[in-house]
Write a protein that binds this ligand. Structure first.
Ligand code: SAM
Length: 232
């Protein structure tokens, strides 16, 4: 699975994607993440300014038609960024691409969504909004699906992109240790305990539920199912 992230802030991903299971999946080439910054596709005198000291300002946003406080990411740099990716994908064989545009009002992202996407697609392009968002024509032109990670508004699509990469990556064979590691593929509870059997904290004792120490696997599975608060 190749993830392409269209973002104005690619550095925001550095530490998360380099750590632990996701970092290993990238090193082992089970997944690939490529960042494309729309700023690099800014053109025209109005938006791209070269200063006497050689510095270049690339302005990706502009004021909203109809008024409003927030700036809008312009369509052109985003479309050109996606076009540059599409050209690379077109050179490969047997690819199937999905384009996702992050929006707080989009389709709710779930584990089932992650599973279905991993099964069906080889390349996932993710458009991360910032400010008020990306010009609405981009999602229409690209036939991108609006996807939300929850009923709250974040400052940008970078956290949603990390959530999707993490959740989809763990569905790819070999990314987690064994298939059994996937919570959805086994009986798992939302409550778990490790040593010691009795924890002493501020003069109080907290014991592990006895059933987990019983060695009776049927009873343990029943207890885990009872204590599973996760939604499917
Ligand atoms: N005014 C926009 C709206 O109501 O749709 C919200 C803009 S938000 C400040 C900036 C960007 O963050 C959005 O364009 C989107 O890409 C991303 N974003 C914010 N909350 C999100 C959520 N819950 N799920 C997915 N993306 C989100």
């Amino acid at each position: 699975m190749h993830f392409y992230v269209i973002t104005l802030f690619p550095e925001a991903f550095d530490s998360y994607l380099n750590e632990s299971i996701i970092g290993r999946a990238i090193k082992e080439k089970r997944i690939k993440v490529t960042f494309v910054n729309p700023r690099m596709f800014v053109s025209g005198k109005k938006y791209k300014r070269v200063w006497p000291d050689g510095n270049v300002s690339r302005i990706v946003d502009d004021r909203p038609f109809g008024g409003g406080p927030g700036m809008i990411i312009r369509a052109e740099p985003v479309l050109k960024a996606v076009e540059s990716i599409a050209k690379k994908i077109a050179k490969k064989e047997n690819r199937k691409t999905k384009i996702i545009h992050f929006s707080p009002s989009g389709t709710k992202f779930t584990t089932s969504y992650a599973k279905a996407t991993v099964k069906k697609y080889t390349d996932v392009v993710m458009l991360c909004g910032r400010y008020e968002g990306i010009d609405a024509r981009v999602a229409k032109i690209l036939k991108a699906e609006d996807v939300s990670i929850g009923d709250y508004v974040l400052t940008g699509g970078e956290l949603p992109a990390m959530v999707l990469i993490d959740s989809m990556a763990r569905q790819i064979p070999g990314v987690l240790g064994t298939f059994d590691s996937l919570e959805e593929e086994r009986v798992s509870s939302s409550e778990f305990y490790t040593r010691p059997e009795v924890l002493e904290w501020k003069k109080k004792k907290y014991a592990v539920p006895p059933v987990l120490l019983s060695g009776d696997h049927k009873k343990i599975e029943a207890w885990k199912m009872e204590h599973n608060k996760k939604e499917p």
